[in-house]
Design a protein around this ligand. Structure first.
Ligand SMILES: O=c1ccc(O)c[nH]1
Ligand SMILES: [Fe+2]
Length: 350
C-alpha cells in the first residue's frame, strides 16, 4: 500500500534517531539519478528536523557494459564513487551517510567506514521500508546471535533436501544487520534483520541443494526444481540440475571470472516481518528484495566478492541465495533447525 511522504519522513526520523543523529551530527545523503527521489527528500527533511548539519552528494551513475538487469546487487565492486577521491573525501567528512545509490561490496565503502563515518543503505521501496521499520528488539535479536557467531570456529548446514555444507570461521568478522547505524564506523541496511560472516579462505566445502521454493537473487526467482552445488576448497566446482541449473551456470560463466564461484557471506535470517512470499508480489525492478535475505529462519549464502571485509575477491558477480528448511550449526550448537530459529533464546521469536 502506498506510503505518504509524511509517513516516509517520520520513518526516517525514527531510524535516524536510532542512529543517534542529533544537532551534533553531520549527515550526507548520497544519491544518483536512479535514487528514489522520495527517499532522498525524506532523508534530507528528517535529518534537518533532528537539527543535524545536512548535505547531499550527487554522483553521475556508473554502468559497466557487462552489467545486466537493474538490481543494484547484480554488479558489485565498481560504483559511481570509484576513482572519485574528491567525492569520497566529501563523504568521509560526514558523521553519517544515508546511501540511496548502493556502495555495498565496494572497497570505497570499506575505506569510508574506516574513517569512522557510519553508513546506512536505504534503497528499498517506501512500502518495504515501512513494513520492516527497524526496532531496538530487532537489534537485540540479531546481536544476541552475533555473540554466538563471532565465537564460532565452524558452521555446518544440512537439510532434508540433501545439503551438507561446512566452513571454518574466524578469519573474517561477524556482521549484524538490524537496520540502523548507532556506532561510529558501522554499516547497516534498512530494512534487514540478519547476520553473517565469511568462510575462512579455502575452507567452504560440501553440497548445497537449492530445493523447490528457495530463491536466487538478483534473478528474483523461486527455484521450481532442485539445483545441486558442489563446493570444494571455498569455491563452487559444479552446478547440477535442469534448466534452472543451466541458467545459473550460464549467468556465472558470462563474467569470465573464476572468482565468481567463491563463497561470499554465509548466515541466517532473523526478521519476522520479512516474508518468503514478498518477492512474488513485487516487480523485479522494485528493489533488491530484502525480504528474501532477512526472512526468519532462512540460511542465506552468497557467491563472489569479499572486499567489504578486506578480502581480495573483487568480482562483480554477487548472488544471494536464501534457502528454506535448513539446519544451521555453529560448532555443535544448532541455531536453526529445519528453518526455525532455536538458539540463542534471545533470538527466538515465539
Ligand atoms: O543488506 C544486504 C544486501 C545485500 C547483501 O549482499 C548483503 N547485505
Ligand atoms: Fe549478499
Amino acid at each position: 500500500m502506498p506510503v505518504s511522504d509524511t509517513e516516509l519522513t517520520q520513518m526516517f526520523e525514527h531510524v535516524l534517531r536510532l542512529s543517534k543523529v542529533d544537532e551534533t551530527q553531520s549527515v550526507a545523503v548520497l544519491k544518483s539519478h536512479y535514487s528514489d527521489q522520495r527517499t532522498v527528500r525524506a532523508a534530507m527533511d528528517a535529518a534537518q528536523r533532528l537539527k543535524a548539519k545536512v548535505y547531499a552528494v550527487e554522483l553521475p551513475s556508473f554502468s559497466h557494459p557487462i552489467a545486466m538487469g537493474n538490481d543494484m546487487t547484480a554488479y558489485c565492486g565498481d560504483t559511481p564513487l570509484t576513482g572519485n577521491l574528491a567525492a569520497q573525501r566529501a563523504l568521509e567528512a560526514a558523521d553519517m551517510i544515508i546511501d540511496t545509490m548502493m556502495l555495498l561490496h565496494s572497497p570505497e565503502q570499506e575505506q569510508i567506514l574506516k574513517s569512522g563515518t557510519r553508513i546506512l543503505l536505504a534503497v528499498e521501496p517506501p512500502e518495504v521500508l515501512a513494513r520492516m521499520l527497524p526496532t531496538l528488539a530487532d537489534r537485540d535479536r540479531v546481536l544476541a546471535s552475533k555473540t554466538l557467531l563471532e565465537q564460532a570456529s565452524s558452521m555446518r548446514v544440512t537439510s532434508a533436501a540433501g545439503s551438507d555444507f561446512r566452513a571454518q570461521l574466524g578469519q573474517y568478522p561477524a556482521v549484524a544487520e538490524y537496520g540502523f547505524v548507532d556506532e561510529p564506523g558501522r554499516w547497516d541496511h534498512w530494512p534487514s534483520g540478519f547476520l553473517f560472516s565469511w568462510p575462512n579462505e579455502g575452507t567452504a566445502e560440501g553440497v548445497l541443494v537449492l530445493d523447490v521454493g528457495d530463491m536466487i537473487l538478483p534473478f528474483k526467482t523461486y527455484t521450481r526444481e532442485r539445483i545441486t552445488l558442489e563446493i570444494q576448497a571455498g569455491f563452487i566446482t559444479a552446478i547440477h540440475g535442469g534448466f534452472e541449473a543451466e541458467y545459473l551456470r550460464d549467468y556465472m560463466a558470462y563474467f569470465k571470472d573464476p572468482e565468481v564461484y567463491g563463497i561470499s557471506h554465509i548466515g541466517w535470517g532473523l526478521q519476522p516481518r520479512a516474508q518468503w512470499t514478498a518477492m512474488g508480489l513485487h516487480d523485479k525492478n522494485d528493489g533488491m528484495c530484502m525480504d528474501a535475505r532477512a526472512f526468519y529462519g532462512n540460511f542465506l549464502f552468497s557467491t563472489g566478492p569479499n572486499t567489504e571485509v578486506g578480502g581480495t575477491r573483487k568480482t562483480p558477480c554477487h548472488l544471494d541465495i536464501p534457502l528454506r528448511k535448513c539446519s544451521v550449526y555453529l560448532d555443535d550448537t544448532a541455531v536453526v533447525v529445519d528453518g526455525d530459529v532455536v538458539a540463542p533464546a534471545e533470538s527466538v521469536v515465539k
